[in-house]
Design a protein around this ligand. Structure first.
Ligand code: AMP
Length: 220
């Protein structure tokens, strides 16, 4: 791994396992995990101005307007814990967001490595509809492979697991549609910049993690 500030961008559809991998990579490298979805859900829970503005977009599976998300990302990345590098999970999600980020990085001399975790839509729908999340530590569980987790407790901290409101069939369909039309063009964008690597996300969590770490350690 080269010296200098590194932005690791996790690309891929909802349910691809970006959040799980981002958390693991962050721990391995000592980089903060910056998830716009988590930050927005926190604002919603706390009833902030941002939360009020974002609520309807999030509940319908649409995207929150770029300017709102750009502002929280700029503020988060300016903090000291991002000085060496960070993992972006769920951002950028549109080409204008990617351009905003590039303008930000030009000033700070940050390198980009984007990792696309690829998973087919049929697998995503199955995963998302059986996903249970810990509201305290963010760890995710799959009730299809681990039935005790439906309404059960988190392995790490014992909190009762919850299902995300946007993990219902109708909202999942909309989120996948939004991914294919608005976010997937980012793959081309980063390919053209030579900073894109694709990973097969239909494998065991540890295997995917190994492939991603290999890309990070060997990238120029
Ligand atoms: P996630 O947890 O990444 O699936 O995000 C949950 C929801 O938050 C999305 O369906 C969007 O409504 C919103 N969201 C998260 N990140 C972004 C972003 N970069 N741009 C616009 N909306 C976002």
């Amino acid at each position: 791994m080269k010296n200098g500030r590194l932005a690791i961008i996790m690309l891929g559809p909802p349910g691809a396992g970006k959040g799980t991998q981002a958390r693991m990579i962050g721990e391995a490298l000592g980089f903060p995990h910056v998830s716009t979805g988590d930050m927005l859900r926190e604002s919603l829970k706390n009833g902030t101005e941002l939360g009020k503005k974002a609520k309807a977009f999030m509940e319908s599976g649409g995207l929150v307007p770029d300017d709102l998300v750009d502002a929280i990302v700029a503020e988060r990345l300016a903090r000291e814990d991002c000085n060496r590098g960070f993992i972006l999970d769920g951002y950028p999600r549109t080409i204008p967001q990617a351009r905003f980020l590039e303008a930000l990085f030009e000033k700070s001399g940050t390198r980009i490595l984007s990792i696309g975790v690829e998973v087919g839509d049929d697998v995503l729908i199955r995963r998302l509809s059986s996903r249970w999340t810990c509201p305290t530590c963010g760890k995710m569980f799959n009730a299809a492979s681990d039935p005790g987790k439906a309404g059960g407790q988190c392995d790490e901290c014992g909190t009762v697991l919850v299902q995300r409101k946007d993990d219902t069939a109708e909202v999942i369909a909309e989120r996948l549609h939004v991914y294919h039309t608005k976010t997937k063009p980012l793959v081309r964008h980063y390919q053209e910049q030579g900073s894109y690597s694709e990973i097969n996300g239909e494998r065991a969590v540890e295997e995917i993690f190994g492939s991603i770490m290999h890309k990070i350690m060997n990238h120029e």
